[in-house]
Design a protein around this ligand. Sequence first.
Ligand SMILES: Cc1cc2nc3c(=O)[nH]c(=O)nc-3n(C[C@H](O)[C@H](O)[C@H](O)COP(=O)(O)OP(=O)(O)OC[C@H]3O[C@@H](n4cnc5c(N)ncnc54)[C@H](O)[C@@H]3O)c2cc1C
Length: 199
Amino acid sequence: MEDGTRLSADAICLALPAHESSRVLDKNFSDLSHDLEKINYETVAVINLVFPAQGFPREFSKTGFFIPGNGRESPFSSVKFCGPEETGAWIRMKVFIAEKFYREVFLLEDKALLGKVSRNLEEQWGFPKPFWAQVERYWKAIAQYPPGHRNLVREIDSRVQRHPGLFLAGNGYRGFGVSDCIERARETARRIADFLNRK
Ligand SMILES: Cc1cc2nc3c(=O)[nH]c(=O)nc-3n(C[C@H](O)[C@H](O)[C@H](O)COP(=O)(O)OP(=O)(O)OC[C@H]3O[C@@H](n4cnc5c(N)ncnc54)[C@H](O)[C@@H]3O)c2cc1C
């Protein structure tokens, strides 16, 4: 523990981002820690917006996902339309800005970032001014799976198996969607229970 206390356990599951598991395991599991560090995570800013439904462009007022073209005409990576809330009076929307692709925009302070994105939505896409807006930043949060990821995960799995009682869960390995993470968590919980029952 951070305060130097030692705890002993029959099994331990690290349900952390892979880079954090790498850091936690650092000293005594160097090969495993090294492999975990190879899993890249992307940093994103999310702008949550609420618009009045009245006057909102009809084609954008339903649930859906929008990824602008490759050019620089939009200062964001994608937009998720969450659709109208229960009363139908308001439209909720999330704008995603990946640091990797829009670093200059990402580095803007919240107010300037909001201004830039709202202006673009207004001028380019005909959106009204948002009624409410808020910026959130998620550091090294979304695991990236480049070609070769599956082999890397197999290698990690085989290294983990050399340490009975150690388990990994989280979005770094076999799917980063919430449902993937839940499925993996359930499967890991079953494996932990089997392991403990065999002891
Ligand atoms: C902005 C954003 C939007 C997303 N939208 C969607 C979506 O619409 N649909 C979808 O399916 N998926 C979405 N995802 C992906 C999905 O939400 C995540 O991949 C998933 O929730 C990750 O779950 P997890 O358990 O791996 O990690 P987390 O839920 O992040 O849990 C990891 C936990 O570990 C803790 N932690 C970190 N380091 C340490 C440490 N050293 N010691 C102790 N604790 C630590 C953290 O505080 C955190 O509680 C989104 C992700 C982001 C970032």
